[in-house]
Design a protein around this ligand. Structure first.
Ligand code: ADP
Ligand code: MG
Length: 332
């Protein structure tokens, strides 16, 4: 199959469904018609084999899904609605057409889950391994977009979902990989770890939260998605907003599955949440006046508040101590 045949083969099941998609893959460029009065948001991410993913324990379908999700999550973190994406792949000759079909089946699943369209890409070869770059597009009204820079002292700091699972899932997968390397043929012991492994291999973008905030008429004063760990994202918000934060350990949402897995691996679940990363939850600030609108909603945990610039970013621990938050997330 030549390059053109391969591209046509891979994209054949992608049927555009989004109103703003005028022309999808197949021409020199895609055509998108912005919804009237809305701004276009665009983001890109490059994933490299051996750096960002390990094909020993990452099924290609999951990789395709996750590669799309991490980009949609960045669009959501602007409080925009993701609509289209392009995908560029560089693959070595060791990849079969079936392997690429698997990768694209994951991207197709993401299109269905999130109601977004694949509208183009680029395909090339590479000496070794593979690299995937996705560029995602979204829209929203200018006044609805949330930057990292709008938090003010006394704003409440809110996180969605629960944290720490993706990191623990990675630890379990790495553990089983080492067992396999030592004894090829050994069956991996993954039972009982479904939740944390799912958080690592199949994260979701919180597009539902963007819709929910709109319904609740809450506009985050600042927002970021959690790709590198809570600590490092809080520091990003603080630096961009010119404020500081104080958070409370007992408010950090950690699921029972994360509690028990952390206990088994002898790690602190709070550390997993603070420094683990890849949970792809949203972290945002709201004006205190908006608290009633989100109060009691199971999607949201208020974990702290913004304080004046110049103060340290502080975690108040369950024991009553205070610890300064440090960025220990992934550097790349
Ligand atoms: P050009 O030489 O103009 O870059 P290509 O042959 O690279 O054209 O691409 C032809 C069409 O196929 C374009 O619409 C492009 O967006 C799309 N395309 C190319 N590679 C991919 C891919 N890996 N996934 C999805 N669409 C692709
Ligand atoms: Mg091209």
């Amino acid at each position: 199959m030549g390059e053109f045949g391969l591209i046509n083969h891979l994209v054949q099941y992608f049927i555009p469904k989004v109103d703003s998609t005028i022309k999808d893959a197949g021409d020199d460029a895609a055509i998108i018609s912005p919804p009237p009065g809305e701004h276009l948001v665009v983001t890109t991410d490059l994933l490299v084999e051996g750096v960002h993913f390990d094909l020993m324990y990452t099924p290609l379908k999951h990789l395709g899904y996750k590669a799309v999700v991490v980009n949609l999550s960045d669009v959501c973190a602007m409080n925009a609605k993701p609509t289209q994406f392009t995908v560029s792949i560089a693959v070595s000759s060791k990849y079969s057409v079936e392997a690429l079909e698997e990768l694209y089946s994951g991207m197709l699943a993401a299109c269905e889950t999130y109601g977004v369209d694949l509208v183009g890409g680029d395909t090339t070869t590479i000496a070794n391994g593979c690299a995937i770059s996705i560029t995602a597009i979204g829209f929203n009204k200018p006044e609805k977009l949330s930057l990292r820079s709008g938090a003010k002292p006394n704003d409440l700091l809110v996180v969605t979902g629960d944290l720490g699972g993706a990191y623990l899932g990675l630890q379990i997968l790495e553990r089983e990989k080492q067992v396999f390397i030592a004894a090829p043929g050994a069956q991996p012991l993954l039972e009982g770890y479904d939740y944390v492994i799912g958080r690592q291999l199949k994260p979701e973008a919180r597009i539902d939260v963007v819709q929910l905030l709109d319904q609740l008429e809450v506009k985050p004063t600042a927002m970021i998605d959690i790709s590198d760990g809570l600590s490092s994202e809080i520091i990003h918000l603080a630096e961009n907003s010119n404020c500081s934060f104080r958070i409370f350990e007992d408010k950090i949402p950690v699921s029972p599955e994360v509690q028990s897995c952390a206990k088994e691996l002898n790690v602190d679940p709070t550390t997993c949440a603070l420094n683990g990363g890849e949970d792809y939850e949203l972290l945002f600030t709201i004006a205190m006046d908006d608290y009633e609108k989100i109060k009691g909603n199971p999607n949201f945990s208020v974990i702290g508040h913004a304080t004046p610039v110049g103060e340290k970013n502080i975690l108040e621990t369950n024991g009553g101590g205070v610890v300064e938050l440090k960025a220990q997330g992934w550097k790349f």
